[in-house]
Design a protein around this ligand. Sequence first.
Ligand code: FKS
Ligand code: ZN
Length: 661
Amino acid sequence: MGTALIYDEEMTNYKLLWVDPACKIEVPERLTVSYEALVKSGLADRCVSLPVREATDADILLVHSEEYLEAVKKTPYMTLEDLMDFCSQYGDVYFHPNIYHCAKLAAGSALQLVDSVMMGKVRNGMALVRPPGHHSMRNAASGFCVFNNVAIAAQYAKQKYAVERILIVDWDIHHGQGVQDCFEDDPRVLYFSWHRYEHQKFWPNLRDSDFDRVGNEKGAGFNVNVPWNKVGMKNSDYLSVFCHLFLPVAYEFCPDLVLVCAGFDSAIGDPEGEMCATPDIFAHLTHLLMNLAGGKLCAVLEGGYNLTSLPQSVCQTVQTLLGDPAPRPANLDGPCLSALESLHCVRSAHKKYWSCLKHAADLPTCEVSTKRNKVGEEEINEEQSKQEPVWRECPKTLPPDISAAALLPDDGICPERCYSLKSSEDLDPSIVNKLKEHILKDTEDCETLSTLSRLTVLIDKMEKNEIGSGLALVKDISKAVICVVQHAAAAPMNRVLVVYVGDGVVPFHTNEDGKTLVVQFTTQKSEEIQSKYLIPVCLQKDYSDIPGFIQATLSLLLPLGYEYDPSLVVVVQTSGCGLSHNVWQQLIGLLRGLAQGHTLVLMQEDQNAYVGPTASSLLGDPAPPLGPLEAPLPENVESTEKLRLRLKADWNFLLTTGNVK
Ligand SMILES: NCCCNCCCCCC(O)(O)C(F)(F)F
Ligand SMILES: [Zn+2]
């Protein structure tokens, strides 16, 4: 199934007609440069183009009051003075004779996305719209917004498709107070927002945007606010919030539909956000949400005012929705102190509502929320903040011709859409000899020799990005792992992340050169951490604790993986680990965000029941939903938490609080 794209140039036909410094950044060019970038990069052609439609009165009344709608209906006939007068009752918003028409198209575009995703015409989609929506309230326009596009879409999905649980992720740099107001006592809609806050000094300057606003009554716990109290937040800060807060809670909630308030003023260069996250981060944020709700994701444009980073961010988002692997994230150095402080506050404010956060550290009593500037935190000095930020645009990498290759026993059936790596591949004699002397020693086991040499061919093709990912059923998994790791780690710049699922001794030594990082899910208790690069995640016997496995994946394996930034991810499943296909697909799907999607899955020959599900995830198909997650087993939470506390000295991404001791 494809990716929908909704855009209509009619939504560029309104603009600011008078002088207003607060509104001048919201210009029609925001939409044209974004759409043109999608066309120029060839991404628009790969999408299913859907027409816009006007939201009806009934649609708009799902969120807004009659009097507000009636008032807006009058604006097309107003004189310039009347328009200016009409705006003066609202904050930082302007009207235009054609904005009511465009606001109906913007809201209608969001509904078109919901219809086509819910009816299975497309898997996911993006709507490029203006005016934006997430600030508009039941009775008021606010912050360039007239109708609350995403809030209307959520109410519409509940009403028309009886959707039980909807997740709204708002990565715009402003707090979508309009969305928060609409759903704050609604447990069916989980609202995540991060936003520039600076202890209430930043617009819209609301006390209600802080981390302790968790929702009301039945909706308590379903409103998650992450306030950024400093500017200059980077990719690491955003990814930390996803790994340690947004994703664990989202997986526990298990939405049937994901709506994204896709504002790109959280990207570098934006005059509003003044953050430092680069456009490619939106490929990762999108990717990390795509295994929720069976992939049903609707992204609706909100803000974004830098006409260079905005189109780049839009392209990164759409390319990921299309299933292209995310680019390797540039130099992640871990979250900053201010971000950790915010993360700590939000996690402790929500620990009573979400079992995945139950072990979050408590807040030192009101020490944090009232704190002004963190002592010792370097201030961004004046001249530095005056410079125009510059960033390297992500190199355009075309997806590999072959997205997934399968290396199976000769009688194995190659899954569709997979390329079969036959033993006929010309074998490089030097490699064969090396294998013979290093790994095979004396045995003339020519089948294993053939398998191992084909694995080296596969790795070489992945390195050249001719093949995206691979799966192999092998007889001797230890030999295969040794061969793969040695071959892949040989190239100087390469780093290999090995995710070992199952008991058994890892068949090679991870030396301290950092060329390999092994994370092993095992049921065997192991006392000491041998090395920074060999990490045993001990889980209850037989992996039956799905919540425990998922939480360990989200807040241990993923952060480690992002910080390690491998060039190849090898996932090894030793037989008998008994993971369900769905959990396995979630694991593969999430790991695909690393190493530009270069994932190699090694399984024992008797695991051919996993071949289909593995291939589907390697090809970028969303993993099936797991259902709302119960609480993880306490002993698993204990051991994972203890491991995290031990490892955080070595790995910044494992930090979740400001006290780094
Ligand atoms: N420096 C000028 C002050 C601007 N104050 C209002 C900011 C409104 C932000 C709107 C947005 O970006 O959140 C949306 F997504 F809605 F478009
Ligand atoms: Zn914004």
